[in-house]
Structures are given as structure tokens and as C-alpha cells.
Design a binder for this molecule. Structure first.
Ligand SMILES: Cc1cc2nc3c(=O)[nH]c(=O)nc-3n(C[C@H](O)[C@H](O)[C@H](O)COP(=O)(O)OP(=O)(O)OC[C@H]3O[C@@H](n4cnc5c(N)ncnc54)[C@H](O)[C@@H]3O)c2cc1C
Length: 392
């Protein structure tokens, strides 16, 4: 299946035009490393132990994995990447990737940083969306308690009101500045309050268009029903539904917890079922663009091609503002840059933050590229093909 106009995800000259030979050799080194599960496990283990022991390895990480997968240590230091992507018509989503904030002060300071990303995105065509995770603004324990319908004491109720206010402050600024904002999806045992906040914000701020987008993890057996329900609610209450579709990042963790705690896994039983759900959800959204604005957050070539083809079938212009393609910085450039060159709306999540704080994100990328069959070897095939092409 090929979208029209004929986009080739195999065109490595387009995919890596933004990378120097040295950058490409670095990418080759990184993906060769994570391609071997045991080398990857040893390297990530070494990094974790070294950081805990206070060994000075941040410089090495900064020059390798960090530079490949991240924009910089701050918004200002990410400017070069923002401008570089923009040269190739690829937008940036500044993803403040500092994880593990646990205090009220930490939550407030994360909120302030997200507000800074919205200020930076204001009036900038190069930053078409902003993003945040609710766990940057709220205690995971509190979210889990709400998710499991346990009664909250007065202090906890007040704490959740502060969470709601932080989320509202962010969404209200995004609305005032006309900058769409994505709310990432997280683990199932904390997701219900995240969905609840997202629904509340969408009903409030999506009256004239989609400003707030919630995320649907299509590896969950309940996601298609949730998407249908949210669409019906948006129709009934006359607001726009912003839907970022992803397959889902926490499969192993979800399955292990379900097994350990003896409840049915919330994840589809196999990859084919997740793929079907994801592609059905794309169709569902594209059939309802009068009410739903959609972002396809995926590195899966078939799903990206499917969306592009559906746009052609529906005679949509390639840059229809209701449809976006999104990938992570440092991954699947063959999809992002070829789609962008053809004229589709494409954005990359560009994580940023101090090297040490971004480590959990980097370790997840290493694990994902190792555990998802074929992902790193596919990246490697393209990188090596381009290195060979440049030698000729
Ligand atoms: C722009 C962007 C934003 C994202 N935001 C989020 C987010 O907010 N929350 C989040 O959780 N993730 C998020 N992700 C990550 C995403 O959920 C996936 O983990 C990742 O993109 C891999 O899926 P894929 O569609 O790219 O492609 P593929 O490589 O085709 O699919 C891999 C995915 O399929 C699923 N899968 C694999 N094996 C099985 C199996 N045996 N049974 C059932 N399902 C299986 C898993 O979800 C796995 O991650 C985001 C990704 C992108 C690109």
C-alpha cells in the first residue's frame, strides 16, 4: 500500500538530509548497540549503576544518546534542533522530559516549565503543539487512589484540586495563545483521572477547534469504546475532540502487574489485535473530522501510509490542519521527513531537560528499541543504506 502522492519511506536521502556524516555514524553506533539485547542490557545497566555511584559519565551520554534523541538541556539549547527540523518542514513538540517530580514545589515548577513551552510556541509555526504528562503535575499515588475509587481524605481532595488547577492553568494559556496541547497517556492504573481531566479541559477549551488533545492507547482493549464514547459526548455537548492515537508504551509493565496482582491484562492479546484497533481508530477519526482532530503518533509504516491514503480518498488537502503525523526525535526519520517533503503535517516530539533528568526517557528508548521486534534493525537498515549511498 502506498499513499498518494507516492511517498516512499525508503528514500534515505530525504530521511537523513538533516544529518551530517558524523551524526549518521553516531546514529549507526547507537542503534547497533541497542540492536543486541544483551549489549543493550549491559550498557543500560552500566549507565544506571554509574549514575547512582556518581561517576562522571554525563559527558559521554550527552555526546551520544542524548544528542541523538533530545533537543538540548533547556528550551534555549533546543533552538538549533527546532530550526533544523523546520528547514525540512517538520515541526517540534518541546517535550519537557524531567520525570519523577514528587513534591508540590516540583509539580509547580513543572507547570511553569510547560507554560514556558507554550510561550515559546506562541506565534511560532515551527512549534505547532505543546505537550505534558499529568504525572509531572500530580503524585502517582494520588492518581492511583482516585483511579481505584478509594475515598480521599480532605488533604488529598485539596491536593487533587491543585492538580486540576495546574492542568487548567496550562490548558487555559494554550487556549489563550491558540497553541494546541497534548496530554500524554500513562499507565492504566492512573489513567482514569487523567482522562477525566482531559475530558473536562476539552469540553471547556475546544469550543471553536481542538486545543486540548487526549491520548488513546490502542493496545488497551477498552480504547475503541472510550474513543467512541468521547466522540459521542463531544457531539452531544458541541465541542471538538482532539485525539492523539498511539499503540501504547507500557505493555510489559502492564502485563506483569496484571499477572502479579491477578487481574485480566488490559492489553490486547497480540500485536495483530493492537494493530487492528489502531488502524480502526484512524479510520474512525478520519470519518468524523467535522468533530475530531487527529494525530497519528506512530512509527508504524503501514499505519502512517493508511492515514495518508485515507486523506487522498477523502480528497483532503495534504496539510489539512485537522490531521497530523507525529514521531519521536531520533526515530523513524524515513517516515517523518518523507511525509513532510510530500506536504503532510508532521511533528516530532523533541525531549529536553538536564541530561541526568532525561535518563529515564533515554533508558526507555533503549528498551523500546530492543524489545520491539524489528524497530532498531529497521532504523539500522536505513542508516547504513544512507551511509553507503553517501560513500558512492
Ligand atoms: C509522537 C508519539 C507520541 C507518543 N505518546 C505516547 C503516550 O502519550 N503514551 C504512550 O503510552 N505511548 C506514547 N507513544 C509511544 C507509543 O505508544 C508506542 O510505544 C510506540 O510508538 C511504538 O508503537 P508504533 O505505533 O510506533 O509501532 P509498532 O512498532 O508497530 O508497534 C509497537 C507497539 O505495538 C504494541 N504491541 C507490541 N507487541 C504487542 C503484543 N504482543 N500484543 C499487543 N500489543 C503489542 C505495543 O504498544 C508496542 O509499543 C508515543 C509515540 C509517538 C511516536
Amino acid at each position: 500500500m502506498k499513499p498518494y502522492p507516492n511517498v516512499s519511506f525508503e528514500d534515505t536521502a530525504v530521511a537523513f538530509a538533516y544529518k551530517s556524516d558524523a551524526d549518521l555514524r553516531k546514529a549507526n553506533f547507537i542503534f547497533s548497540l541497542v540492536n543486541h539485547p544483551w549489549i543493550s542490557a549491559m550498557a543500560t545497566g552500566f549507565v544506571e549503576i554509574s549514575l547512582k555511584a556518581g561517576l562522571p559519565i554525563e559527558g559521554i551520554i550527552k555526546k551520544t544518546a542524548f544528542d541523538h534523541f533530545c533537543g538540548g538541556e533547556s528550551i534555549e539549547k533546543s533552538e538549533a534542533v527546532i530550526n533544523l527540523l523546520a528547514k525540512f518542514h517538520v515541526g517540534t513538540i518541546l517535550d519537557y522530559s524531567v520525570e519523577g517530580e514528587k513534591s508540590e514545589r516540583g509539580f509547580d515548577s513543572t507547570r511553569d516549565e510547560i507554560l514556558r513551552t507554550i510561550e515559546r510556541a506562541h506565534h511560532s509555526q515551527n512549534i505547532p503543539f505543546c505537550v505534558f504528562k499529568v504525572t509531572g503535575l500530580a503524585s502517582g499515588d494520588l492518581l492511583e487512589k482516585i483511579n481505584s475509587n478509594e475515598p480521599l481524605d480532605e488533604q488529598e481532595k485539596a491536593a487533587f484540586e491543585r492538580v486540576r488547577l495546574r492542568v487548567d492553568t496550562i490548558c487555559s494559556k494554550a487556549h489563550a495563545y491558540g497553541v494546541p496541547i497534548l496530554i500524554d497517556a500513562e499507565e492504566t492504573w492512573i489513567q482514569q483521572p487523567i482522562d477525566q481531566l482531559a475530558d473536562e479541559m476539552m469540553a471547556r477549551y475546544n469550543r471553536a477547534g481542538a486545543i486540548v488533545y487526549n491520548t488513546y492507547q490502542m493496545y488497551r482493549t477498552t480504547s475503541m469504546d472510550n474513543l467512541t464514547h468521547d466522540y459521542e459526548d463531544a457531539e452531544k455537548r458541541q465541542y471538538f475532540l482532539g485525539a492523539k492515537l498511539v499503540r501504547g508504551a507500557y505493555m510489559e509493565k502492564e502485563r506483569k502487574r496484571a499477572e502479579d496482582m491477578n487481574y485480566p491484562s488490559p492489553i490486547h492479546p497480540d500485536k495483530a489485535a493492537t494493530d487492528k484497533a489502531f488502524n480502526d481508530a484512524l479510520d474512525f477519526c478520519v470519518d468524523r473530522l467535522h468533530r475530531v482532530h487527529v494525530m497519528c503518533g506512530s512509527h508504524n509504516e503501514y499505519s502512517n501510509e493508511l492515514l495518508a491514503r485515507r486523506m487522498t480518498e477523502k480528497k483532503l488537502s495534504l496539510d489539512d490542519p485537522r490531521v497530523w503525523f507525529a514521531q519521536l526525535y531520533g526515530m523513524s526519520d524515513n517516515i517523518s521527513f518523507n511525509l513532510a517533503k510530500a506536504g503532510y503535517n508532521v511533528v516530532k516530539y523533541v525531549p529536553y531537560g538536564p541530561v541526568r533528568s532525561v535518563m529515564p526517557y533515554l533508558l526507555r528508548r533503549a528498551q523500546e528499541n530492543t524489545s520491539v521486534a524489528g524497530q532498531s534493525s529497521r532504523e539500522l537498515t536505513f542508516i547504513r543504506k544512507e551511509l553507503r549511498r553517501r560513500k558512492r
